[in-house]
Design a protein around this ligand. Structure first.
Ligand code: SLL
Length: 253
């Protein structure tokens, strides 16, 4: 490695947008024949670039993350044989079948040139769709197969502070695909089984830049509500203290 490769660019931060999560589908009767009898679902857990490719039914994954990620280690539930699954090249994903939801530990190792420590993310493997009010938690098999896969994805940004010059060069020569400004698909990303919503087709969620703006607006609203609540509590407190003072005077007199 050249000398300048070990020089850090101080004060600079650069990030790469990722998503991590899973899709899950109920096994068909034919598929169940080739699985242990208690297995009900097939699922895929993955770490991908956040933007989706055009005309693709895959959530995220337009960018190949192999230029800065060396390995993703997915640690599955101990009921699985060889629960730690190391994936050393994209796509960084594990496909399995099973019967239950559990927490998956996702350890991301960066390429040597980064000089970065691995990071750990956690994802709760989701097999069952969120139910709407009044609907059964777990739909009947026929409905579930019609509704299509369950999606559960989380957006995140991997930030590199004071990156090594050489690593920075690698990153900047691979600009990430930008998220679309607004939805090109009708599906809210947090709906696990979107095809069950009336009138919607396709059912593949997608992350957009607009979501960040919406989130900021929601946080602003929440902040205002908290301040209003604090004011109310303060007023109550003052009134109570006055009352206390009055009663104490009464007791002492
Ligand atoms: C539960 N706490 O009780 C969770 C554990 C484990 C799921 C779920 C294993 C598949 C296999 C499998 O699906 N484990 O290898 O047979 O819901």
């Amino acid at each position: 490695m050249a000398n300048t490769d070990r020089v850090r660019v101080r004060g600079l931060s650069i990030f790469r947008p990722i998503i991590y999560g899973n899709t899950a589908t109920l096994l068909t009767p034919e598929e169940r024949e080739n699985c242990p009898p208690e297995h009900t679902h097939k699922w895929t857990v993955a770490v991908r670039g956040a933007a989706s490719a055009e005309n693709s039914d895959i959530v995220g994954g337009a960018d190949n993350l192999g230029y800065f990620i060396k390995r993703v280690a997915f640690k599955l539930h101990d009921t699985y044989p060889n629960p730690t699954r190391n994936v050393d090249k994209p796509p960084f994903e594990v496909a399995e079948t099973g019967w239950g939801e559990f927490e998956i530990q996702i350890r991301i190792h960066f390429i040597q040139e980064s000089g970065e420590k691995a990071i750990i993310l956690y994802h709760h493997l989701k097999l069952h769709p969120w139910a709407r009010a009044g609907e059964p938690e777990i739909p009947l098999p026929d409905d579930a197969i019609k509704a299509g896969p369950v999606h559960s994805w989380q957006y995140d940004e991997i930030v590199f502070n004071d990156p090594y010059q050489h690593f920075l060069g690698i990153l900047t020569s691979h600009p990430p695909k930008l998220l679309p400004k607004a939805k090109t698909k009708p599906i809210p990303f947090h709906i696990a089984n979107p095809a069950s919503l009336e009138g919607s087709k396709g059912g593949v969620p997608e992350f957009t830049a607009l979501m960040e703006k919406d989130e900021t607006a929601r946080l602003e609203e929440a902040k205002k509500a908290i301040i209003a609540e604090q004011e109310k509590t303060r007023a109550t407190l003052i009134a109570r203290e006055k009352e206390l003072e009055r009663l104490q005077k009464l007791v002492n007199s």
